[in-house]
Design a protein around this ligand. Structure first.
Ligand SMILES: [Fe+2]
Ligand SMILES: [Fe+2]
Length: 139
């Protein structure tokens, strides 16, 4: 059975299905990375998973940011900054890995896990609560 670093629970729901589905996909990718790493898969395979994760994260952030401007989210700027910071950190990490400056580690995967879960629980919940208060039923 595949090893999981994160188990999705309702606690992570922000009550918009489209976004929850995207968060679940990101969690799946972190779990895939964790499982592959635990099984001692080759660096090329791990890099491929990370690259896929980077691309999907980029897509996901763009979707959220589109809704921020569509619904005039009050904390848009700070939220986008958080996204940008994460993107640059993960890109740096990916390049270091490719250039063999570093190896993947449990610390790195814990960073990904903790960042994503905290971002969902604190920052993403912030916009979803505001949207709900503004009676936005569906994104
Ligand atoms: Fe976000
Ligand atoms: Fe998100």
């Amino acid at each position: 059975m595949a090893k999981k670093l994160i188990n999705w629970t309702e606690r992570y729901s922000i009550f918009y299905d489209e976004i929850d589905e995207q968060h679940k996909k990101l969690i799946d990718m972190i779990n895939e990375l964790y499982d592959s790493f635990s099984r001692g898969k080759a660096n090329e395979i791990l890099e491929e998973i990370i690259l896929r994760m980077i691309k999907y994260t980029d897509y996901h952030f763009k979707v959220e940011e589109k809704y921020f401007s569509k619904y005039s989210f009050s904390d848009e700027k700070a939220h986008i900054k958080e996204h940008e910071k994460f993107v640059s950190e993960v890109n740096k990490f990916y390049n270091d890995l490719k250039n063999k400056n570093i190896n993947l580690s449990y610390e790195v995967m814990n960073f990904l896990r903790n960042w994503l879960l905290k971002h969902i629980l604190v920052s993403d919940k912030k916009y979803s609560e505001e949207f709900k208060l503004n009676n936005i039923k569906e994104l």
